[in-house]
Write a protein that binds this ligand. Sequence first.
Ligand code: ADP
Length: 596
Amino acid sequence: MFEQLNPYALSLIISALISGVTAFYSWRRRPAPGAALFALLMLAITVWTLGYGLELTCLTLACMLFWIKIEYLGIATLPGIWMAFTLQFTGHETWLTWRRVALLFVVPAITLVINWTNEFHYWHYRSVAVNTSSPFPLLAITRGPWYWTHIAYFYLMLLAGTILLWQMFRRSAGLYRRQAGFILMGALAPWAVNIAYMAGLRPFAYLDLTPFAFTVTGSAAGWGLFRYRLLDIVPVARDKVLESMRDGVLVLDMQARIVDANPAALQFLDRSAREVIGQPAAQILSRWPDLLERYKDVYEAQTQIVLDNELSPRYHDLRISPLYERRGELTGRLIVLHDITERKQAEEALVLAHDQALEASRLKSELLANVSHDLRTPLTSILGYTDLLQAGGYGPLSDKQQTVVTRIMVNTKQLLLFINNILDQAQIDAGKVELRVSSFNPSNLIETIQSTMSVLAQAKGLELTGHVASEVLPTLSGDFQRLQAILMNLVSNGIKFTKQGTVHIHIYQPDADHWALQVCDTGSGIPRQAQTYIFEPFRQVDGSVTRAQTGTGLGLSIVKQLTTLMGGEITLESEVGQGSIFTVSLPLQPIPEKIA
Ligand code: ADP
């Protein structure tokens, strides 16, 4: 098979075998970025080294020329493939358009054609002969003009690729750095051989040492790939996003070894990439035994965890996702750790502020309730005495005295209503309103309000009328005191906002299940846009301090809340300048057996 075999030929053939296996292995993993081009690169090296190895076994010129033509399939294409591979491997794949790739192969294509047709023009080799002065026959050539063009292109590409690799090696970390390191080492081998050649280190004049250098290249790259099984797990060119991410990212293989960690993860672990990559996760994360135990065999999770730091606990969003090869085989796990401590602290501060605000509001309501309660007792007594005075209980009054006593009464009643409202609001805020349901006569309700409020109406020259519709049951049930509060507020508003005419209270049954309290006035009316917001606390149509009428803006809000509590609803019909109709519709309730 071989014309003769020597150690040089043998070492080249073995080297070709290694790079051949590497090429095969990488080709099988070609879905991984860079793997296909790497396989082609290794194939070119294999063709070259194998061809040269076989050339060295030749005794005749014809045999040598045959193999050299085969070798050139690898030699000529190597610079183009190399350049494309280094561009992709170092993350410059966007540069690789089909046009540019084609351009990379212009010189190689010419080299191949010129080499294969040398005997017609001698542009590649000026002369070829067999040299027999060395221990075994070697092809002796004198270089032609295209040979130098090819060499210039070859080294130019080698240099450009080496620079790209060097830049990547300097900026990358961990596993990638090692892999880039291996390939860089491979790329540097031909340079070393060249330097040695130029320094005069040549075993035989015509022995080309470059294929031997590529033996180193192939083996180094092969070792790098097999040892770290990189193409199995993560893409060759590292995603730059991962580098700059603030979230910690760890990649674990099937044996739970850390095969990748981004700078954020390393900073969190307070370790260097060298200390972490390749180590079992159990060892690197031993500070958190509970977590290790919990997520030991978990390939998919999303949860919040607390990790104790030296200073304070830090909250993290932990996300574990399985990593699959293109073929669908599980290859490891991706762990992403997102620090949410600030968000958590802000949330806690918000909850605290909310609780404090609630507490403050509760204390305010309590105070208001107490104050209002204490104000009510003396006010009721003032009202009682004024009533007696007015009725002549302490002797007849002059007209002037009557007027003054009426004014005292009007103001005291307004003050009482106001205080009652504050007390009711405080109770509603504190959630302490309990309805005390009893049975009552609807006419009685109107009369009570009339007797209390007529003095206010009279003071303004208004009529306060009332009517219970015939269909209304003689006895209704409800919280009499709260119903009074509702009516008093509505009637007081009616009086307040009416200059002339009537305020009328009407009780009727709109349907079989409801009864209704209606207060109609002939007053100013309420603009349409204000008709919804006046039911909100402290809202008034005229909110200015210079407004004509007194009031707090609490009345309607209390009326609405009490109505809702009673299971009813309030509606308003109003036309500016015409008057307003407030209707409180309430469910008819069964009469309680025990009269409270
Ligand atoms: P207050 O009467 O203390 O201001 P209310 O909550 O009882 O507070 O009423 C809110 C606002 O709704 C009043 O300020 C007034 O502008 C308007 N309003 C209420 N009732 C009437 C009414 N019958 N006619 C005209 N405007 C009214």
